[in-house]
Design a binder for this molecule. Structure first.
Ligand code: GP9
Ligand code: MN
Length: 738
C-alpha cells in the first residue's frame, strides 16, 4: 500500500503523470455529477457506457495542450488554471442544475446579468455539504505540495509525446461521437435537449456546442434589420384570409384545450385492425369525435414538421410560423427570439391563463425556455407528476393516463378561461414499450416490422386516455365551456417503413411511391366545440401552420395584426396549397409534389409529361410554397418580430415567469382572488375534482378478452400472459429513434 502511494506520488510528480491524474479527477467528478446531481435520463447499458467515457476526450485534449509548454513555472500555472476552469464549468452546472434542472448555455450566460446576479446569490444557498466531495482534491494537492510530497518536474515532455497525447484525445473524441450518433442519429444537428448532448459528449463539448449555436444564431440575427419586415408585412397582409362569419367568435371566451396526439396519423381514424380472424377498432373514441356533429374535423390536414418533429409542430400551432429547415427552432431560437404566441395573445386580449402538461423532462426540445417566450404561465413537466418507473413510463416520459390523472391537481386550480396544451407521449416510437401489465391486450399487427406492429396498440391506449379525459371534463362541467382541439404532430411510421405498412392499409408494397408517402403525411385536426350542431368533416386542404389563425377567429380575435404565415382553414378565402417543410414539396387538392415527382392528388397518377397549363399550375404552387417558407424563415432566423410594433401587444415580461413551485403560484393567486377566483376548484366549493378522473386499464375495459377460455385445455394459460410476453419481446428489439 505504502509503495503504491509512493509510486503514485512519483507519477504525479511527472508532467504527464500530473495531466493524466487531473484528467482522471475531472472524469471522476463528472461521473459523480452525472449519477448524483444531473438528471440524464440514461437508459440501457449502451447509454451508460457512452456517458462514462464522455468526459475523457475533451478533458485530455485541453489539459494535454499544456504538455507543449517548456517553461516549468508557466506549465504548472497553466495546468492549474485550466484544471480549475474545467472544474468550475462542471461545478457551476452542478449548482445551476439544482435550481433550474437544466445546464448552463452560452445564451443563458449572455442573456441577462440579472440571471447571473440571482444565481450568484442562489449559488451559496445551493451549495451543499456533500459538495465538498467535489473540492477534496484541492485540499489534498495543497497538503501534498505544502508537505513537498509531490514536486515539480523540470523536464518538459518531448514534442512527439505531447503530440501523441493530442492525437489520442482527438481519436477518442471521434470514437465517442461515433458511438453517440449510433445511439441518437443526428444528435448535433437536431439538438433534442441539453442533457442529451452532455450525457453523450460531456460538459466541455456541450459548452463548445452551445457556443457554436449561439454564435451562428447571433450572426443571422445581427444581419437582420427593420427593413426586412417590409416584405414580411406585405406577404402577411396579402395572404390574409378573412374569417368565415359562420364560425367567427363561436368559441369566444371558452377554455382552449389542445390535445397533442403523439405520432398519430390520419389513417388510424376509422381504422380496423384484423387479427386472428377478428376485427378491432383501434381508436373508437377519436372516431366518435371525428364524426360528431360537435366537431369540425379535417380530412386533408397535413403535418408540416421537419427535424424538430414534436417541437416543430408546437412552433407551428402556437406561433403560426414554421420550424427551421435544419434542426429545431425551439432548440436554436426558442429561448431567445421575440415570439408572439397564442398564450401571450390570449392573456393580453382576453385575460386567459395558460399551462402545458407533459410527462417528460422540461428541458426536452428546450421547452422550459421557449414556453416562457410564448407566454405560458405554467409548465407542468415530469417533475410535477408521479415518479417514473418501468411500469408507468418509458424513455419519452410518463404514460398518458397517469400524466392526465396527475394533471388534474394543477388543472383544477387554473384560472378560467385558460389556454392549455396536453402533450401526450405514449404513442411514440418504438411503440409498445410503454404498455405493460394491465395495459397489454390490444392485438399487435402481424407484419415483419415490430415498430408497425405495436403502433395500433399504443394508439388504442392513447384513445382510451383521451376518452377518460373527456369523461372527466364532462363530469366536472369544464367540457361545456371549452373548445377542445386534437391534432397529430407528425408521422408515426416513417417513409422507410411505409412499404411494410402498405398491405395493412389496402395498398401494394411493390408499387408504393412517393405519392403514397405524401398522402400519409395527413394527421388529425379536430376542433371539438361542445354545443354546436353544425360540425362536419371538412375536405379543405390545410396544414399545421393554419391552426393558429383558425383558432383566433373561432375565439373572435382577428388574426390580421399578427405576423403569421398561415391562414384560417375555415375561411372561404383559404388558399389550399399545403407547403411541406422540405422546400419545394407541396400538396394541393389537384397536385402533389413529393420525393422529386409530381402527381395528381386525387388519382395518384404521376405527371410525367405535363402540358403547359399543368406546368404553370405546378410552378405556381411551388412558388407559393417557397415564398411562404422563406417569409417564415426570414422571421425566425432574423428574429424579425423584435422590430414589429403593430401587434398591439405589450412586451412580455419573462422575469415574472417561473416554472418552479407552480402549484403554490396557483394557490396563492386563488387565495388572492378569493370569491373572484374562476378556477374549477373554487367553483366547486373548494373541493377537489381529482376523484372524478378515472382511466380504466385495457384489461378493465375489455374483461371479455381476459376471461379464461371455455376449453379446459386452454383455460390454463390466459391470453393475457401470452400477449404480454410477446409484447415484451418486441419492445426489447428496437431502442433507437428512427
Ligand atoms: C418528448 C416528446 C417527443 O418530450 O415530445 O418528441 P419527438 O421525438 O416526437 O419529436
Ligand atoms: Mn412527436
Amino acid at each position: 500500500m505504502k509503495t503504491f502511494f509512493k509510486n503514485l506520488r512519483q507519477f504525479i510528480s511527472t508532467r504527464l503523470g500530473l495531466v493524466l491524474s487531473l484528467v482522471f479527477l475531472i472524469w471522476l467528478k463528472t461521473v459523480i455529477a452525472y449519477y448524483f446531481v444531473f438528471d440524464l435520463d440514461l437508459g440501457g447499458i449502451y447509454q451508460h457506457f457512452i456517458a462514462l467515457i464522455s468526459p475523457v476526450a475533451t478533458t485530455l485534449f485541453l489539459l494535454g495542450l499544456t504538455l507543449y509548454i517548456k517553461n516549468t513555472k508557466v506549465f504548472y500555472i497553466t495546468v492549474s488554471l485550466l484544471y480549475t476552469l474545467i472544474f468550475a464549468w462542471l461545478f457551476s452546472n452542478v449548482i445551476y442544475f439544482r435550481e433550474f434542472s437544466d445546464f448552463i448555455t452560452v445564451n443563458t450566460m449572455l442573456a441577462s446579468s440579472s440571471v447571473s446576479a440571482g444565481l450568484g446569490e442562489a449559488a451559496l444557498k445551493l451549495f451543499r455539504f456533500v459538495d465538498l466531495i467535489f473540492l477534496f482534491d484541492f485540499f489534498l494537492f495543497g497538503y501534498l505540495i505544502y508537505k513537498k510530497k509531490i514536486t515539480a518536474d523540470e523536464r518538459p515532455l518531448d514534442k512527439r509525446s505531447s503530440f501523441a497525447v493530442t492525437a489520442l484525445s482527438v481519436m477518442l473524441f471521434s470514437v465517442n461521437l461515433f458511438l453517440a450518433e449510433i445511439d441518437r442519429p443526428e444528435l448535433l444537428s437536431r439538438g433534442f435537449s441539453n442533457s442529451y448532448i452532455v450525457r453523450a459528449l460531456g460538459p466541455n463539448a456541450f459548452l463548445a456546442y452551445s457556443a457554436n449555436q449561439t454564435y451562428s444564431a447571433r450572426q443571422d440575427r445581427a444581419g437582420a434589420t427593420e427593413e426586412d419586415l417590409v416584405p414580411v408585412e406585405a406577404y402577411v397582409s396579402e395572404n390574409y384570409a378573412k374569417p368565415n362569419p359562420d364560425y367567427y367568435g363561436i368559441a369566444k371566451g371558452r377554455n382552449v384545450i389542445y390535445v397533442h396526439l403523439e405520432s398519430f396519423q390520419q389513417f388510424l381514424i376509422d381504422y380496423q385492425l384484423e387479427s386472428e380472424g377478428e376485427s378491432y377498432e383501434v381508436t373508437p373514441f377519436l372516431n366518435s369525435l371525428y364524426h360528431s356533429e360537435q366537431t369540425l374535423s379535417f380530412s386533408n390536414f397535413f403535418n408540416q414538421v421537419k427535424a424538430g418533429k414534436t417541437s416543430d409542430s408546437e412552433t407551428l400551432l402556437d406561433t403560426g410560423l414554421f420550424g427551421l429547415s435544419q434542426g429545431s427552432f425551439m432548440v436554436t431560437y426558442g429561448g431567445t427570439n421575440t415570439q408572439v404566441a397564442a398564450p401571450n395573445i390570449l392573456s393580453q386580449l382576453e385575460g386567459y391563463s395558460s399551462a402545458v402538461f407533459h410527462g417528460n423532462a422540461g428541458t426536452f426540445w428546450n421547452r422550459n425556455q421557449t414556453y416562457k417566450q410564448w407566454g405560458y404561465q405554467y409548465f407542468f413537466d415530469a417533475s410535477y407528476f408521479s415518479k417514473q418507473t418501468s411500469e408507468n413510463s418509458f424513455q419519452y416520459g410518463l404514460n398518458d393516463k397517469v400524466m392526465l390523472k396527475d394533471s388534474i391537481e394543477y388543472l383544477e386550480h387554473l384560472q378560467q378561461p385558460f389556454y392549455t396544451k396536453y402533450i401526450t407521449v405514449s404513442n411514440h416510437y418504438p411503440y409498445t414499450t410503454s404498455l405493460v401489465g394491465d395495459e397489454v391486450g390490444f392485438p399487435l399487427a402481424e407484419t415483419e416490422d415490430e415498430t408497425i406492429n405495436g403502433y395500433f396498440a399504443t394508439a388504442n391506449y392513447l384513445d382510451a386516455a383521451v376518452e377518460a379525459f373527456f369523461n372527466y371534463l364532462k363530469e366536472t362541467g369544464l367540457y361545456d365551456n371549452s373548445i377542445i382541439i386534437l391534432y397529430g404532430d407528425h408521422y408515426g411510421i416513417s417513409n422507410s417503413r411505409n412499404p411494410s405498412l402498405a398491405p395493412l392499409i389496402g395498398e401494394n408494397s411493390e408499387t408504393w411511391s412517393p405519392y403514397d408517402n405524401a398522402m400519409l403525411q395527413r394527421v388529425p385536426y379536430m376542433i371539438h366545440i361542445p354545443g354546436i350542431t353544425n360540425g362536419k368533416i371538412i375536405d379543405t386542404y390545410a396544414g399545421q401552420v393554419d391552426a393558429l389563425p383558425t383558432l383566433l377567429h373561432l375565439l373572435g380575435i382577428d388574426s390580421a395584426r399578427y405576423l403569421q404565415v398561415g391562414q384560417d382553414a375555415l375561411s372561404p378565402d383559404h388558399n389550399q396549397v399545403v407547403a411541406l417543410r422540405t422546400s419545394g414539396y407541396f400538396i394541393t387538392p389537384t397536385y402533389t409534389s413529393y420525393g422529386g415527382r409530381n402527381y395528381y392528388t386525387e388519382s395518384g397518377e404521376e405527371i410525367t409529361v405535363p402540358d403547359e397549363s399543368t406546368t404553370e399550375a405546378i410552378q405556381e404552387a411551388r412558388d407559393a410554397t417557397t415564398l411562404q417558407l422563406s417569409i417564415s424563415d426570414a422571421i425566425q432566423t432574423g428574429d424579425l418580430l423584435r422590430f414589429y410594433k403593430d401587434s398591439g401587444l405589450e412586451k412580455l415580461d419573462m422575469s415574472k415567469i417561473s416554472y418552479q413551485n407552480s402549484l403554490e403560484q396557483e394557490l396563492t393567486l386563488e387565495k388572492e382572488l378569493g370569491s373572484a377566483s374562476t378556477s374549477l376548484y373554487s367553483q366547486n366549493g373548494n373541493k377537489s375534482t381529482i376523484d372524478l378522473f378515472n382511466a380504466p386499464t385495457y384489461k378493465a375495459l375489455h374483461p371479455e378478452q381476459f376471461e379464461p377460455k371455455e376449453d379446459p385445455e386452454t383455460s390454463e394459460s390466459s391470453s393475457e400472459t401470452e400477449e404480454s410476453s410477446s409484447l415484451e419481446e418486441s419492445s426489447n428489439s428496437s431502442t433507437s429513434n428512427p
